[in-house]
Design a protein around this ligand. Sequence first.
Ligand SMILES: Nc1ncnc2c1ncn2[C@@H]1O[C@H](COP(=O)(O)OP(=O)(O)O)[C@@H](O)[C@H]1O
Ligand SMILES: [Mg+2]
Length: 514
Amino acid sequence: MEVKKSPVLEMKHITKTFGSVTANRDVSLSVYPGEIHALLGENGAGKSTLMNILTGIYAPDGGEIIYKGKHRDIHSPKDAVALGIGMVHQHFRLIPTLTVAENVFLYSGKKTFFLHRDEMEKEIRECSSQYNLQVSPEAYVWQLSVGEQQRVEIVKLLHQGAEVLILDEPSAVLTPQEAQSMFDTLRRMADSGKAVIVISHKMNEVMTNADRITVLKNGMVEDTMPASEATVARLTSAVVGERTLPQQTTEDAERGDQGRLGEEIFVMENVSALNDRGLPALKGVSLSVRAGEIFGIAGVAGNGQRELSEVIAGLRPVTEGSLTLSGKELSKASVKEHIREGIALIPEDRLQTGLVPELSFVQNVILKKSDSERYSRNGILQEKAMHADAAEYAARYDIRHGGLDLPVGLMSGGNQQKLLFAREVSGKPRLIVAAYPVRGLDIGAAESIRGILREQSRQGTAIVFISEELEEIFSMCDRIGVLCDGELMGIRAAGETDLKEIGRMMSGEREETV
Ligand SMILES: Nc1ncnc2c1ncn2[C@@H]1O[C@H](COP(=O)(O)OP(=O)(O)O)[C@@H](O)[C@H]1O
Ligand SMILES: [Mg+2]
């Protein structure tokens, strides 16, 4: 007979404001042992704030937390961990120069110094095999992909004895395959009696993987339901309300109109490069992009996309082949020269290579040009000009922030990405490489970002657009190249191919380039 369990955790009437922004308003949430509970909502809905309150990062202005039947005051992440509540943040907090084992034991409270490396590694192997989490304890964190780093973060929580595990947008940085295996792991944890809270803005994902779904909108609970009662219609109306999606059809029609395009300005010929582990990551890639053209790179993430974007931006050495912008050879040029020639990169890890999370909005705006005349005269920073430009970006691109002098790490992902675009576009680039630019963003923010890219292409900027979402690639791009295992499987005009053909190329079938 099914026994009705009581919740392991209740948040009651939680309210939290930041200045004039109300991030959470009278939010109540119950979480049961053995369940995967999804928190769904758009960027800025208040999901991260609510979980940051639960883990002691923020103090609520009002409301109460009941954990295992008792009222609790959680003043710090340490308090939360001691109770058995742990969180994997959207941006991982691992130390790259330490090994996996060292990272796991670092905050464990256990006396690491007295433990043998072998014992630490053995403990991690046991923990990871129980939940089917593939990690190598002896690897250094800097050698790991984001998916692997995320698994280390999960192992860290399990090792700390967490019974309530919170993951903030865990699938945003993963390939679809990695995401599925991550959810399998979460299911195992729930099955072993733990409670799992997953923040997400992807409806399909939560419908497939969660037991219950709570939708936040504008800081409030809009709806909550068992996943079995969730439909796309119900979730959409809870997440976005009345708002409708922008129509794309007229702009889409312009795509493929080759007359709109200028001359070939960017050419890669037979380019090869290595990955961080010194293995071949790009193998003889040749492509060209015309002024005003959006050239899509399709493919399963991890097939050389990152290396391709870094090679184009001058961040990764080319081992073979040539790379030219308007005829100028750049394969041996420095990053600075790439920037000077007008190549802008929107990297896949916007908070590592793009923005500096600890620095303020203003400081990020001037990051690469703090020595320009506009911002610095006779060694004195021109605060007024800096703030004026930052405020102008915020207004023009509708970037929501809590203050221009606050760290950008506090802004939502969509707002961070808009800031990054505002800064890069202000340099009037001739070529933009955008790697997964809408990954992790909600529908509204994603559409703004695509809008910025389309506008740039209309002004004649050449764009290399890397994405995993085929529908997006088809609607954005003039031509599509498919990467598989570091090789370009073929290049197609978007109007002359279909999903099936691109899918075949993604799985490694080489098709004659037309
Ligand atoms: N530390 C902070 N300072 C100022 N505003 C913040 C801070 N943290 C979040 N906010 C604001 O609170 C709102 C909710 O943000 P957040 O909880 O991050 O949403 P979500 O995780 O659902 O995207 C947003 O308007 C955000 O800009
Ligand atoms: Mg968030």
